[in-house]
Design a binder for this molecule. Structure first.
Ligand code: BGC
Length: 526
């Protein structure tokens, strides 16, 4: 069983325009006002580009088996197009990262796409609305296999394509920020699925025999529980919830087509809206065969659960993905909400989701690629006991699922560092390591959960309740010491600002005032 932590390029690297990197859609999006909380950007993020060695040291401290990170497409192909330009410095950066990981016995699990499409491809072709992305993405993936595939054996094509499609092309909360009225998300998803399949086939045909690696996709989904498990309508609504989230991508890959319920609902709504064809595109028979079976493992991201009930949306409403599946989501006010508004602590939902995958897709090999919680407390909080509770609760349910026969082979906690959280800016902190973003050195400080997770990894799970309780006590002791360091460091950083900016400014002002006074004096006395 592999234990690890994850991160992604745009959220951590920074250096957005350094060493030949081209802009991504996230650079363009965050540079527009009003798109991100407090207009924050990932321009420097965690400065991960400059701190690879430091971060690998943190991974060593945690004793993880693997590190999941993503490659920034525009860092190695500035325009996104291979024939136009390949950026050797970008290749060098990822080569160094992979080599350092391996030198430290850490397995690299690499995502090819964690949302940062090259901006040129967005401007020229409309990004994932355009089918030409399939070939451009395939060229990029092949370059990655060629350059890094001798050492990387676990590849993820897309991380959370649901968010790419829905938030990027329907609600517009994410880059590229388009609101395409109920068509855009389905079209984007259609191209993402085809691009995934094409890359899997490329690996299978060209690289697999020599490199012996695996290619999968990472799907992020909550669990939807019927509000009344004895009510058929609620049960059907909960089934739609999961099919419109997970099944949308998993069904074509494991069964060759979109879920029936999606075809029925989007088709029905499109007809009611006076459209001649469904907003959900169709795969040809040939495409279905080509896409089916294109995953050597399934990556699963999971954060929370909700209750689901039937809710009819009037069909005359402006078409949108969210009104296509006629349901409402509720939460139990008794569920703890340690993090942001959308993230409730409901560990049993994860076991149900994993069992659903087992029965629906014939028990595939699963790697948990994202699972974690952020904090809503705005002040520095290193004693994150709620993250410890979350980890304990969710990992316990995953281990129960393993006992149920679900084929989970690894767990990736999300995330190594506090980082840029998309449209929420830096306001949500998911990390095991706290970053003082105001300090220009971006120092990292371990939270209590880092100590706890480290012990869980070393024990390969939960040995016995007494020991697990001890871990908790020790973790809580560790964080108060770190807190003192953080306070001292931020005081020093503050004083550095005083010496670097305030003092020279005051000094210059004094000289200017003296000169003015001297001129006055000389004038009056001449
Ligand atoms: C995304 C991550 C993000 C997390 C929490 C996931 O679906 O892939 O990048 O940090 O959600 O918002």
């Amino acid at each position: 069983f592999l234990w690890g932590v994850g991160s992604s390029a745009y959220q951590t690297e920074g250096a957005w325009d350094k060493d030949g990197k081209g802009p991504s859609i996230w650079d363009a999006f965050t540079h527009k006002k009003g798109k991100v909380f407090r207009n924050e950007t990932g321009d420097s993020a965690c400065d991960g580009y400059y701190k690879v060695k430091d971060d690998i040291q943190l991974l060593k401290e945690l004793k993880v088996n693997h590190y999941l990170f993503s490659i920034s497409w525009p860092r190695i192909m500035p325009t996104g197009i291979k024939t136009e330009q390949v950026n050797e410095k970008g290749i060098q950066f990822y080569n160094d990262t992979i080599n350092s990981l391996l030198e430290n016995n850490i397995i690299p699990i690499v995502s090819l796409y964690h949302w940062d499409l090259p901006q040129v491809l967005q401007e020229k072709y409309g990004g994932w609305q355009n089918r030409s992305m399939i070939n451009y993405f395939n060229d990029y993936a092949n370059l990655c296999f060629e350059k890094f595939g001798d050492r990387v054996k676990h590849w993820i094509t897309f991380n959370d394509p649901w968010a790419v499609a829905v938030k990027g092309y329907d609600t517009g909360e994410h880059a590229p920020g388009l609101k395409l009225g109920g068509c855009g998300a389905y079209k984007a998803a259609h191209h993402l699925i085809k691009a995934h399949a094409k890359v899997w086939h490329s690996y299978n045909d060209t690289w697999r025999s020599e490199q012996q690696g695996m290619v999968g996709i990472s799907l992020t989904s909550g669990w939807g529980e019927p509000i009344d498990p004895h009510n058929e309508t609620d049960k059907a609504a909960a089934e739609r919830y999961i099919q419109f989230h997970l099944g949308w991508f998993a069904n074509p890959i494991y069964k060759g087509d979109y879920p029936e319920v999606m075809k029925i609902y989007v088709g029905k709504k499109s007809a009611q809206q006076g459209l001649g064809t469904s907003r959900l595109p169709t795969f040809s028979a040939q495409e279905k065969t080509y896409i089916k079976g294109t995953s050597d493992f399934l990556g699963i991201g999971h954060f929370t659960t909700c209750y689901v009930l039937q809710k009819n949306y009037p069909s005359l409403q402006v078409p949108s993905y969210h009104t296509d599946y006629d349901l409402a989501e509720l939460v139990d006010p008794k569920w703890p909400a340690p993090g942001p508004k959308w993230l409730y602590f409901v560990p049993w939902g994860f076991r149900r989701l994993l069992n659903f995958i087992k029965t629906q897709y014939r028990n595939p090999v699963i790697y948990v690629t994202e699972n974690g919680v952020s904090e809503k407390i705005q002040c520095t909080q290193l004693c994150d006991e709620w993250r410890i509770e979350y980890l304990k609760g969710y990992i316990n349910e995953i281990l129960k699922a393993v006992n149920d026969g679900v084929n989970v082979k690894g767990y990736t906690a999300w995330s190594l560092l506090d980082k840029f959280e998309w449209n929420k800016g830096f306001s949500e902190r998911f990390g095991f390591y706290y970053i003082d973003f105001k300090n220009k050195n971006k120092p990292r400080y371990p939270k209590a959960s880092a100590d706890y997770y480290k012990k869980m990894i070393s024990a390969n799970g939960f040995p016995n309740p007494r020991e697990v309780d001890n871990w908790y006590g020790e973790a809580m002791d560790s964080c108060s010491t770190t807190h003192q360091c953080l306070t001292t460091d931020s005081l020093i950083a503050h004083m550095e600002i005083v010496t670097e900016i305030v003092l020279p400014t005051v000094f210059t002002l004094c000289i200017l005032i003296s000169i003015v006074l001297l001129i006055f004096y000389l004038r009056n006395h001449s």
